[in-house]
Design a binder for this molecule. Sequence first.
Ligand SMILES: Cc1cc2nc3c(=O)[nH]c(=O)nc-3n(C[C@H](O)[C@H](O)[C@H](O)COP(=O)(O)O)c2cc1C
Length: 180
Amino acid sequence: MADSKVLIVYYSKTGFAKKYAEWIGESLSSGTSCDLVPYEKRTKIQFGQYDTILFGGGFHAGQINGLKWFKAQINELTAKSSIRIGVFVTGAMPSDAPDVEPTMRKNFTQQEWETIRTFYLPGGLCYEKMGIGDKLMMAVFRAMLKKTDVDDQMRQMVAQSFDITSKEAITLVVEWCRTK
Ligand SMILES: Cc1cc2nc3c(=O)[nH]c(=O)nc-3n(C[C@H](O)[C@H](O)[C@H](O)COP(=O)(O)O)c2cc1C
């Protein structure tokens, strides 16, 4: 069976989704045709030429960056029913955090959840690359944590930059992209 033609579009504010998109692209490079497009270059995409489309973005206060735009594009593609759609999300939570699945689910309708393949990839936090608005939001979040009874580990974690990305985490995504 021929490999599918894959498109990966990613929205990355501080580099975590970009890193994962590039890792996935590299892993697919032997045998699978794969185009990697950053969100900033999205207007030139011709979605119709792909069999598999994967969108990646970071969590932002529970929302997935860029997902609204992505959903609008795929709604127009319903005519080509054979296209497979996947979304990977990266965030500060470790993969086994209980909030991962419910937070992801809130970004999709029931029908979308059943038809779009979703993956969570642990990212981290990068204060050095954050914009001023996001730095402020994180300051508010840290202040909020002080008033709640969350464990100290969580408080310490968000107090500084950290990177919990792992190449192993992409295994399922790569397998899914390869399978037609
Ligand atoms: C303002 C703000 C809100 C965030 N909200 C969440 C969140 O709700 N859940 C989560 O797991 N991570 C959250 N994060 C962490 C980012 O999702 C994480 O750094 C992600 O890996 C960023 O990916 P990117 O750099 O590719 O955009 C937040 C980060 C910022 C700056």
